[in-house]
Design a protein around this ligand. Structure first.
Ligand SMILES: [Zn+2]
Length: 150
């Protein structure tokens, strides 16, 4: 209610100034004042009648700002079956390599997201024809781009 009284006082002051300094007034001052009053009334309306909407709007902005760009936790999502007791049930060579490589491509070091895991490829770090060994230590997980262009 105070904000309504404030608005009325504001209008009264404006009217008083307009009456007394009529000669110095320009049309654009009216426009500015109308815009200001319009915004003020909209804010008043939202604050009093759409408070929940206002709250949600601000909260979603706040939440979005605090969200991390990469969800590192999501890389461990599929590993939950490890907790069921059978370690082989949840074993996935790509996930294991990805965890070992700290979530990055072994060639270009870009992040590989969990959702991109199916597109990533296994690749020998050192080719067999160049003397590389056929064992786990020589296998790296690379992103699709590195697999196709290197
Ligand atoms: Zn890569």
């Amino acid at each position: 209610m105070n904000s309504i009284i404030f608005l009325i006082i504001l209008l009264a002051i404006y009217y008083y100034i307009y009456q007394n300094y009529y000669d110095r007034f320009e049309e654009k001052y009216h426009t500015y004042f109308y815009i200001f009053i319009g915004i003020y009334i909209v804010i008043l309306y939202i604050y009093h009648f759409e408070y929940e909407f206002f709250y949600r709007l601000l909260k979603s902005i706040y939440d979005t700002n605090n969200q991390s760009l990469y969800k590192i936790d999501s890389q461990y999502q599929n590993s939950t079956s490890l907790e069921t007791g059978n370690p082989l049930l949840g074993f996935n060579i790509k996930e294991t390599l990805l965890n070992k490589q700290n979530g990055r491509c072994s060639a270009c070091s870009n992040f590989i997201m969990n959702s991109d895991l199916q597109h990533s490829k296994l690749k020998y770090k050192r080719d067999l024809k160049n003397g590389g060994q056929n064992n786990v230590e020589n296998i790296g997980l690379v992103c699709n781009g590195c697999y196709e262009f290197q």
